[in-house]
Design a binder for this molecule. Sequence first.
Ligand SMILES: Cc1cc2nc3c(=O)[nH]c(=O)nc-3n(C[C@H](O)[C@H](O)[C@H](O)COP(=O)(O)O)c2cc1C
Length: 346
Amino acid sequence: MRPPLPGVLASLPQPIIMLAPMAGVTDWVFRQLVQRYSAPSMVVSEMIASQSMVRQIKKTMLRHCQEGENIAVQLAGNDPEIMAEAARLSVDKGACLIDINMGCPVKKIAINSYAGSALMKDLPLAAKIFRAIVKAVPVPVTVKIRKGWDDQHQNALDMVHIAQQEGLAYVTVHGRTRTQLFSGRADWDFIDALQDAVDFPIIANGDIVTPEDAARVIARTSGVMIGRGSYGKPWLLGQIRHFLDTGQHKAAPSLSEQKTITSDHFQNLLTYYGTQQGLLIARKHLSWYSKGLPGASDFRMQVFQESEPTAILDHINRLYDGAIESYLVDSDAKEILQDTALAACS
Ligand SMILES: Cc1cc2nc3c(=O)[nH]c(=O)nc-3n(C[C@H](O)[C@H](O)[C@H](O)COP(=O)(O)O)c2cc1C
């Protein structure tokens, strides 16, 4: 029996399927697509530096939740009072959940700023941050951690106990240590054992990229969080939900729908960020969308060299039209072969 989830989380279909916070990826534009093609799923903002949130820095506000969004906002920092203030401001702006980043491994955050995964080495400070934020906001508060700092210091269980004592709603665990960064495989057995050890919701994260992966992990935990698997597939969380509910696979959108999704994503990025910055951000998304399609490597080269939005839209159209055509030729060929085989049998 899974421990129940509070607040907005209880109103979502269980088990919870969540989009991971990914700086530079899960911005408002991508979140909108996930909300549309994978509804109802929980989405989390990119990591927000608490200090910048309190100072209302323009760039930070662009990464925050936007008008009408009902999402979790993830805060990073190490000062309990500043983080509590950032949490209050986030809820005023519409956040329905505050997630605390205690898993980020990058040097700028974990070493230079003593935040993110560095807080796994300072449990008393982590506890103070939890207490201050829980006291400050009326919405569920959660934390995202790793297994520990390194193989010798795998203290996720201690962190979970503290989170439970301080009134957090759940803990998300990325099944790697800080020193692993993104190398090796995420350790799902570790997450299973953690969930078995506590009567408290654990959300599993790391290397969950297919509906079958999610079914494997969800067998023991309260939910899954999907990061890189959603690259170029804002519909993946919806496919996972369908598989968990029915045991059946849900097809990806048709190629012509994917053409529309890709073009809309591209145009919305330019509108949201302005052409120059939008183009830079769009390139990585376009290359993820093109993965596996015929002509993808030429497409990527063209898109990386081109700075004229209409020319890029033409490349997108050509990529998908070519893919649709080769799919049709392929299925015609299959039908002809089938007819020939049937004729040979008759
Ligand atoms: C580009 C990128 C940006 C990320 N940014 C964040 C972040 O802002 N906050 C956070 O807690 N984790 C961040 N992560 C980690 C992911 O949330 C997730 O824990 C990790 O990618 C493992 O899950 P996955 O295998 O499903 O991708 C980031 C990961 C990537 C690849």
